[in-house]
Design a protein around this ligand. Structure first.
Ligand SMILES: *[C@@H]1O[C@H](CO)[C@@H](O)[C@H](O)[C@H]1NC(C)=O
Ligand SMILES: *[C@@H]1O[C@H](CO)[C@@H](O)[C@H](O)[C@H]1NC(C)=O
Ligand SMILES: *[C@@H]1O[C@H](CO)[C@@H](O)[C@H](O)[C@H]1NC(C)=O
Ligand SMILES: *[C@@H]1O[C@H](CO)[C@@H](O)[C@H](O)[C@H]1NC(C)=O
Ligand SMILES: *[C@@H]1O[C@H](CO)[C@@H](O)[C@H](O)[C@H]1NC(C)=O
Ligand SMILES: *[C@@H]1O[C@H](CO)[C@@H](O)[C@H](O)[C@H]1NC(C)=O
Length: 384
């Protein structure tokens, strides 16, 4: 038998606690390296920038400050360096207000705040379009009628004429499912997405680099207190696996993206979504999304209380480092992984990104139990 060289990198997230752990359990991590179960984009990590103005306040705090799209200081060094560290970072422009924005193109007579764009190589832009244009809002919250894409079409045409490269066009923000405030039926949405598809095909006829069309995501109604409950985290896998099965069994060439996920909508919660504890949820989401073959995961957001960065000084929040670690260590191929000792351990394995071998992510949700993990794996496809 030939010798077997195995490179291996550990990332462990657990509560660093000064108190003496009062319990300890053992278990084995099983990694099936025979064949990858998913494949993420090279630039899987994505963040959103929102339209929210400084006046947007929730739960007694006005969380956005000047971190909204129109006010943000895009020349701030801390901000630029934070984005550059990813090279490239996918950035999705949008959020709830994208469904209220009117683009200042020739069909529109209203005054508009100019929108500044920096076409540098360091980010790929996903633009969220207003999907409520032309609809009437029923008193029960349902949005009726077809999407009026005239304004959006003018805007898309405008970006093409200006040679701006838009990586993807996304229709609407959290309007399907139960929606935040307003919702659009699934049939109507499908029709509107098809309309967007044909608008884009038409406008980009003579353009080599075609943008992606991104269908909307639904609302994430997590209670943040449940972050550390393994059955809640496991329950979320149904969303990912359900979507995965639909895509697999349909004749489309669509791939899955998570367009906006912050764990708690309405600007997040101070001291939760911007705190250390939230990385337990965020890293688990990244792991689970990858496991079900999601290609890109957009985190809400670079600003606000959800933020990867602090709203006022752009200092990285804990999740920023989780995102960066993920970006640097987790390669494209996802390997099937399980742990048998306790359900409080969440485990994910990818081929390593910058070296041979694998990167194993272990998340210990328990705040007082030490877990000893052994490793069992069969051949890995990562070294080839
Ligand atoms: C775009 O960003 C780069 C920094 O990455 C900067 O050097 C350049 O001046 C910016 N361009 C504009 C038009 O602001
Ligand atoms: C759609 O919106 C445009 C403005 O962008 C307007 O001129 C047009 O009348 C609208 N179409 C319908 C059918 O309401
Ligand atoms: C866009 O690119 C085309 C072809 O390279 C060029 O002819 C045109 O002047 C450019 N337009 C703008 C606004 O930069
Ligand atoms: C941003 O940082 C400042 C200074 O450290 C802090 O007082 C503030 O609470 C932070 N803001 C958020 C939303 O975390
Ligand atoms: C986990 O699997 C290992 C290897 O098969 C076994 O020795 C161990 O008893 C299992 N532990 C539990 C808690 O089931
Ligand atoms: C540890 O978690 C339990 C619930 O699982 C909670 O009751 C307890 O307060 C937590 N302890 C610490 C130190 O956070």
């Amino acid at each position: 038998m030939g010798s077997f060289c195995f490179w291996f990198c550990f990332v462990v997230l657990s509560f660093a606690s000064s108190q003496v752990a009062n319990a300890s359990v053992e278990g084995t991590v099983f990694i099936n390296g025979k064949v990858p179960i998913g494949r993420i984009d090279e630039d899987f990590i994505c963040a959103t920038l929102d339209w929210w103005p400084p006046e947007k306040c929730d739960y007694g705090t006005c969380s956005w400050g000047l971190a909204g799209l129109l006010n943000m200081d895009l020349n701030n060094n801390m901000f630029l360096n934070a984005v550059k560290a990813f090279s490239p970072l996918k950035i999705r422009l949008g959020g709830s207000l994208q469904d209220k924005v009117i683009y200042g193109t020739e069909d529109n007579q209203q005054p508009c705040t100019p929108f500044v764009k920096n076409t540098s190589e360091m980010a790929k832009v996903i633009f969220g379009l207003n999907a409520l244009a032309g609809r009437t809002i029923h008193s029960n919250g349902e949005a009726l009628g077809a999407w009026n894409y005239t304004n959006a079409e003018f805007f898309i045409r405008y970006t093409v004429e200006k040679n701006h490269t838009i990586h993807g066009w996304e229709l609407g923000n959290e309007l399907s499912g139960s929606g935040v405030g307003t919702r659009v039926s699934a049939d109507q949405y499908a029709a509107d997405t098809a309309a967007l598809q044909s608008v884009v095909e038409n406008v980009y006829k003579n353009v080599d680099l075609k943008p992606l069309i991104i269908a909307p995501g639904g609302v994430d109604e997590h209670l943040v207190e449940k972050i550390l409950d393994p059955s809640v985290l496991e329950g979320e896998s149904e969303t990912f696996s359900g979507l995965h099965n639909i895509i697999k069994s349909s004749p489309t060439s669509a791939v899955v993206w998570v367009g906006e996920a912050g764990g708690a909508y309405n600007s997040g919660h101070h001291l939760v979504t911007n705190a250390f504890v939230f990385s337990f949820w965020y890293l688990d989401q990244l792991g689970m999304a990858s496991k079900y073959d999601t290609r890109t995961y957009c985190r809400q957001s670079l600003g606000g209380n959800y933020g990867l960065l602090n709203t006022t000084n752009f200092e990285p929040n804990p999740d920023y480092y989780s995102a960066l670690l993920w970006h640097r260590l987790m390669g494209r191929n996802v390997l099937s992984t399980s742990f048998n000792g306790t359900e409080k351990i969440r485990s994910y394995t990818h081929c390593a990104k910058q070296s041979k071998g694998i990167t194993l992510l272990l998340i210990n949700l328990d705040n007082s139990t030490t877990v000893r993990a052994k490793l069992a794996f069969n051949s890995t496809p990562c070294d080839t």
